[in-house]
Design a protein around this ligand. Structure first.
Ligand SMILES: [Zn+2]
Ligand SMILES: [Zn+2]
Length: 150
């Protein structure tokens, strides 16, 4: 697998086994950490959701799991890597930051969401804004560009 060489304007990544590959298009738009219970059960801890200004192209054996009325999550059917999150209306499509080949391209955290659901056994040291579930839902009601969760 040689997925390390990005052509200009492309940010590449893959699942653990390499059968699923993706390209983030445009620029990195947002990097948020979700502390909700759905993300914790899905990936074993908080979700590192990275989105791109022009969306994400992907190839390979992805299966979509219907995680809520409004969202679904994509994982590799071969190795089980939890990679994609998207709203069913396609207004949000994010990828797990750890799946990017070049980790130096992941920007600083822009926000934490669902912090009232965070368990006590971990803390992040950054100073990005922290939103509770209620604050987060209010922010996306006011701003259609918001990122979704669950
Ligand atoms: Zn895989
Ligand atoms: Zn979540």
């Amino acid at each position: 697998m040689s997925t390390n060489e990005a052509s200009k304007g492309e940010i590449l990544g893959r699942c653990l086994c390499g059968e699923v590959t993706f390209t983030g298009k445009g620029q990195v738009a947002d990097m948020h950490i979700c502390h909700c219970r759905v993300c914790a059960r899905w990936g074993g801890g908080p979700a590192f959701g990275l989105s791109f200004t022009e969306g994400i192209d992907f190839k390979g054996p992805i299966r979509w799991y219907n995680s809520s009325e409004w969202a679904e999550r994509g994982f590799c059917t071969n190795c089980g890597s939890c990679i994609f999150y998207r709203l069913k209306d396609n207004s949000v499509f994010s990828v797990s930051a750890g799946a990017l080949d070049d980790q130096s391209l992941v920007p600083p955290i822009s926000s934490h969401i669902y912090v009232d659901c965070k368990p006590a056994y971990y803390e992040f040291a950054d100073s990005a804004p922290r939103l509770t579930e209620e604050e987060f839902l209010a922010s996306i009601a006011n701003n259609k560009d918001g990122t979704g969760t669950s």
